[in-house]
Design a binder for this molecule. Structure first.
Ligand SMILES: [Fe+2]
Ligand SMILES: [Fe+2]
Length: 359
């Protein structure tokens, strides 16, 4: 148990996984807040047909009964996992849970504060789904006696403010990349069932369809007004593409034992996930990252190495450790700028954007 002392609050005692989810770092999933009033002004008239179809699909709630343990849920003993694998798997679950719950909190707040019926309806379906996803992961953690205290997180985790358009870019990308991640793991384990060391992976196929639909909703929101994807906003789109893609790659490279247990080659996995996500984003973004550019691949590699050095410097402590940490941070920033400056590829956005999950 970790003692956490909060100003103006009594001392709370929270477990290790709650502390992990609570911590705000550059790479950890964050909680967001935004200008809900501005979001409430959205008008989806220009994408009416696609919008109505999507909303009726969400209303029909195709995954209503999916997030329940069935006989497919094999019991596993966390303690039997190799210590490194156990640590990285818990990190994977906690970070996925935090991301799922972050969506739940943001979407629920929009539903609570909004007056625009259509937007509120969408956000109520999305928060319903994310609550299920977070709850399901937390069940898996609870089974191992390490469930996250979600109420504590809602009250205590720092919230990052993003203007609505930044929410659309960031959330759209994280929904679509979430889809690509879940489906890639699922398809890989379909072919290699003996590598499925935990039953939760069996749930990923239908699960990722929820994420796909959430992404579709944000695509339509961005399509509803051309200003979101033109002019100076194209530079913002590029920023979010580079930031979201790079964050994923760095985080995955920090979990070698987890990927080894799944028999997933991290390079292959990240390339596949980024390719799928990039293909999907052609539905709405006027540009895409040139994933085949050798500078892109090299930059990502350097970024992973630099983040690893940052971590080591942080752990070594002392003034020397701090100095090293700042040196590596500056280097990471320069590499990030280098990645951003790689020319992107232009993309002709189709008239209608609706896609179905097909991977
Ligand atoms: Fe989700
Ligand atoms: Fe989602």
């Amino acid at each position: 148990m970790k003692e956490v002392d909060y100003q103006n609050e009594r001392v709370d005692s929270i477990n290790e996984t709650t502390a992990m989810a609570h911590e705000t770092t550059l790479l950890n999933p964050r909680f967001y807040t935004t200008n809900f009033k501005e979001m409430d002004q959205l008008n989806v008239e220009s994408v009416r047909k696609d919008w109505d179809e999507l909303i009726s699909e969400m209303k029909s709630d195709p995954n209503r009964t999916h997030f329940k343990k069935t006989e497919d849920w094999d019991q596993i003993d966390f303690k039997s996992l190799e210590p490194e694998l156990r640590k990285e798997f818990i990190d994977f679950l906690v970070s996925s849970l935090t991301a799922e719950f972050s969506g739940c909190v943001l979407y629920k707040e929009m539903k609570r504060r909004g007056t625009n019926e259509e937007i509120c309806e969408l956000f109520s379906y999305m928060s319903r789904d994310e609550a299920r996803h977070a709850g399901f992961i937390n069940d898996a953690l609870r089974e191992a006696g390490i469930g996250v205290n979600l109420g504590f997180l809602t009250r205590k985790k720092n919230y990052t403010y993003f203007t609505p358009k930044f929410i659309y870019y960031a959330t759209y990308l994280s929904e679509k990349i979430g889809y690509a991640r879940y489906i890639t793991i699922y398809r890989h384990l379909e072919k290699n069932p003996n590598k499925r060391f935990h039953p939760i992976f069996k749930w990923f196929e239908k699960w990722c369809n929820d994420e796909f639909r959430h992404g579709e909703a944000f695509a339509l929101i961005m399509k509803s007004d051309p200003k979101f994807t033109s002019g100076i906003n194209v530079y913002w789109i590029k920023f979010f593409l580079v930031a979201v893609f790079a964050t994923m790659v760095i985080r995955d490279h920090a979990r070698p034992a987890f990927h080894k247990a799944l028999d997933v080659d991290i390079e292959w996995y990240d390339e596949t996930v980024l390719r799928i996500t990039s293909e999907i984003t052609r539905q709405v973004f006027p540009i895409e990252i040139d994933l085949e550019n050798p500078k892109w691949k090299l930059g990502l590699k350097k970024l992973c190495v630099t983040f690893d050095s940052m971590e080591k410097a942080k752990r070594s402590g002392g003034i020397r450790g701090k100095l090293k940490y700042y040196t590596y941070s500056t280097r990471a920033l320069m590499i990030f700028v280098g990645l951003y400056l790689i020319p992107s590829k232009k993309n002709l956005v189709p008239e209608t954007s609706r896609l179905q999950p097909s991977y």
